[in-house]
Design a protein around this ligand. Structure first.
Ligand SMILES: *[C@@H]1O[C@H](CO)[C@@H](O)[C@H](O)[C@H]1NC(C)=O
Length: 400
């Protein structure tokens, strides 16, 4: 069994040489979708200190408001693993997070991490070769987030802003604010949807399949190395496509690695949005981002990437990777979590919440079986998540 798994995972790594641009016929992009929904859109490129060029999108104002001379209030949205700025705009003009905040008077910025659809440029490296993909979410937090945060601050002239992150968009928040604590001052309030730091309770099928093989540095993880994560059909088979097809009448869900990893059992998914979701996802990430999460599943720690003894010694001056320090986070932080989340399990969410100094809200979505992707695309996401987030931002702004 192990040998077969090995072969399949290696074929997954080899398949990763195919560039994402040749993956499908669809080229739906954030600007087209936003324009189509009747909102203005701007593209901004920012270069990180290690040479990646990231594309951010901005909805500067709402066409439904007359507030262009009012002082700016800014909201910054950060997507999760295998996702992009598109995750905030796929529920249409009435129900999507980005538009709801825009209609509430916010200048809305949407980040894109290195390696996804919009951020596949580097001044020295090409995404066709492995060195481009030599990063995990630690680097997204340490290089991409500061570059984007500083750019937004400079461009808008505001001192601080509201933050919304989903999944890996919460992990990078924890890593950034704990490692470079000066960034706490950039945050008015932050709204963490499906917060992910500790992972020992992860129930993603990915954990069962890949963690035993990849969560420790070994020959196989060296073979896979740093690459774009592009799963093979064999990997889909392993992740239980048959189980998925039994549970979902929608073939598109079972054919999409994002659902296979994050959960396909939603009771609330907005099926009208499904064609838009599958046209824009998965949005690209490195194999190391997944492996870093698997390492956490295995170790139970919230800590930096495990390169193996020798490189750990060079990088961290000790044999094991160093821990992150979430106790440094003192920005006003709001937690939103669900009871059926394969990635952000209730037990793991509780553990990180207890280390946050200024926890303003600890909110379990008050309906059963809420899963990881429901935070983005549930039919009731406006009522359960988007409106409460908006109301909390407005309350803060009214008081300050
Ligand atoms: C579902 O998605 C479609 C397509 O984006 C959108 O028009 C509709 O408003 C969404 N429904 C809900 C309840 O969010």
């Amino acid at each position: 069994m192990k040998v077969i798994l090995l072969g399949l995972l290696i074929s997954a790594a080899v398949a990763s040489a195919v560039p994402a641009s040749s993956r499908g016929l669809f080229t739906l992009r954030t600007p087209e979708i936003v324009t189509n929904d009747g909102f203005p859109i701007e593209s901004h490129k920012v270069q990180t200190s290690d040479g990646y060029v990231l594309e951010m999108f901005r909805i500067p104002y709402s066409p439904n408001l007359n507030n262009q001379d009012k002082p700016k209030k800014v909201a910054f949205l950060m997507h999760g693993l295998l996702s992009s700025s598109d995750c905030w705009i796929l529920n249409g003009a009435e129900n999507s997070m980005a538009y709801i905040l825009s209609n509430a008077g916010y200048d809305v910025w949407m980040g894109n991490a290195r390696g996804n659809t919009y951020s596949r440029e580097n001044v020295k490296l090409t995404p066709l070769l492995p060195p481009f993909w030599d990063f995990s979410w630690n680097e997204i937090a340490m290089y991409d987030m500061p570059a984007m945060f500083d750019y937004v601050k400079y461009e808008t002239g505001v001192e601080n802003f509201h933050y919304v992150g989903h999944s890996q968009g919460t992990t990078v928040y924890f890593v950034l604010l704990s490692t470079l604590p000066q960034y706490n001052d950039y945050i008015k309030t932050s709204h963490l949807l499906a917060p992910v730091a500790y992972m020992s309770h992860m129930r993603s099928p990915l954990a069962a399949v890949a963690a035993p093989l990849l969560s420790k540095p070994n020959l196989l993880s060296d073979l896979i190395g740093s690459n774009e994560f592009m799963p093979s059909t064999a990997l889909f088979g392993l992740l239980g496509q048959t189980a998925c097809i039994d549970k979902s009448p929608f073939q598109e869900i079972c054919a999409n690695i994002l659902f296979m990893i994050a959960g396909w059992d939603s009771q609330y998914l907005n099926y009208t949005a499904l064609p838009l979701i599958t046209a824009t996802h998965p949005a690209g990430s490195s194999t190391s981002q997944l492996i870093h999460y698997l390492q956490e599943y295995n170790s139970g720690d919230f800590r930096r990437f495990d390169f193996g003894y020798f490189k750990n010694e060079r990088t961290y001056h000790q044999k094991a990777p160093t821990d992150y320090t979430p106790e440094n986070i003192d920005a006003e932080t709001y937690f939103y979590y669900g009871d059926n989340d394969y990635f952000a399990d209730v037990g793991d969410v509780l553990k990180i919440s207890q280390q946050i100094q200024n926890l303003a809200l600890y909110y379990q979505v008050p309906v059963p079986t809420w899963n990881h992707l429901d935070f983005l695309w549930a039919i009731n996401v406006k009522e359960m998540i988007n409106d409460p987030v908006k109301t909390a931002m407005e309350a803060y702004d009214a008081a300050h």
